[in-house]
Design a protein. Sequence first.
Length: 407
Amino acid sequence: MRILTAITTYFLLFGCGPRDSLLTVYYRTSPRRVEVSKQASLSSLFALAMQVNPGAVEVHLKRASRVTLYRVLHYNSAAFVHDQSGSTFDKAFEILAGVFIVTFGNWDFGARVDGQDTPERKVVRRRGFLFTLLNPMTSASANPRIEPIVKEQIFSNPPITREYEIRLPAAEVVVAFRVLDETRHALASGLATTNPYGELRIQGALKNAVAVELSMDGTVIIAPIQASTKPASTTPIEPAAMPHALVSTTLANDGWASETKNDKLLPRVTLTLDLAHLLSSNVTLFGEVRLYRKISVGGLVGRESISEALSPGAHSTRINIIGGYMRYYLTHMGTGAYMEFEGLRGFGDSVPGTDTPEFVGYGGTLGYKHIVYWGLTLELGISLQLLSSITAKIPEPVGHINLGWSF
């Protein structure tokens, strides 16, 4: 009686069977390593023949082999290991659950509990779920223990295969050759050795040759003779269209420097604002259009203050100005010194009961124009203008600092 009591107490405290692992669930984690393997086929000889001229055929002998690369990416994994619970009370409950499953015919209950394997999750059951429930020596209700890193390789990507062909010159190979025509008549034959580049030149009366037969180490190769490749005739390329000349070629929006030889690359329109007048609260806008390589015409509009005797009894007044001009460049319209001839017309605001100042002006300008490569334009000039009114003629030198854009 004491022995039976001791055995029962043991099973209640320490369980009813060996504590083996019954279920393991693996989860994929970080990449572990990349496995690469290479497999190369035996090399084989092949030849290319080309007719250099009517009296010579050039043969290129090479060794070719196929190389196959296999690459497999392996991953680390973590595991949740379910051991036996070791409790008799848990085992009794599991047996009742097993009987319930068998009674109602729910045989796939274990598969639904485990779930499906995925590329990132894998379930390994070492004993059937129903058998584990009904077997008094096993248990299926244990809490899992975690293994952060599993030593076994569980997750791997499908292998990636790449194939390459490697061709190397067949150097220093003794070759028996025959050059054949369309009737398989040998126009030339002999024994020769390829050079370090796998090349062999055969000379003779080979104008009608169509193929070369090569024999070496029991291998016979017949290579058709190809025509000599000649560079196709093409239309001469303009220097500006060559890639290596793009750096030095001045294009539109690239400065239009003095070395530009093509009129199509010169700016057609320039718009500028006089900054010098802007500082004195005057506004003058210039517009220029190219007529020829060195000649352009333009116009200006502005609103400025004017004084002296143009408006009797008034020391200063605001007037509107419109005008036109023609320029002649010493180099071309893009960059360089220029001479300008201009005409102006000024009129004041019409105010009832007051005299409206008006004038007509003529003058010339000496200046310099520069366009940087993105189209920004700077002009410096000095003008001498003769303004005529009813009461006076006043020559006025005027400085210009114009900033704008050319396109």
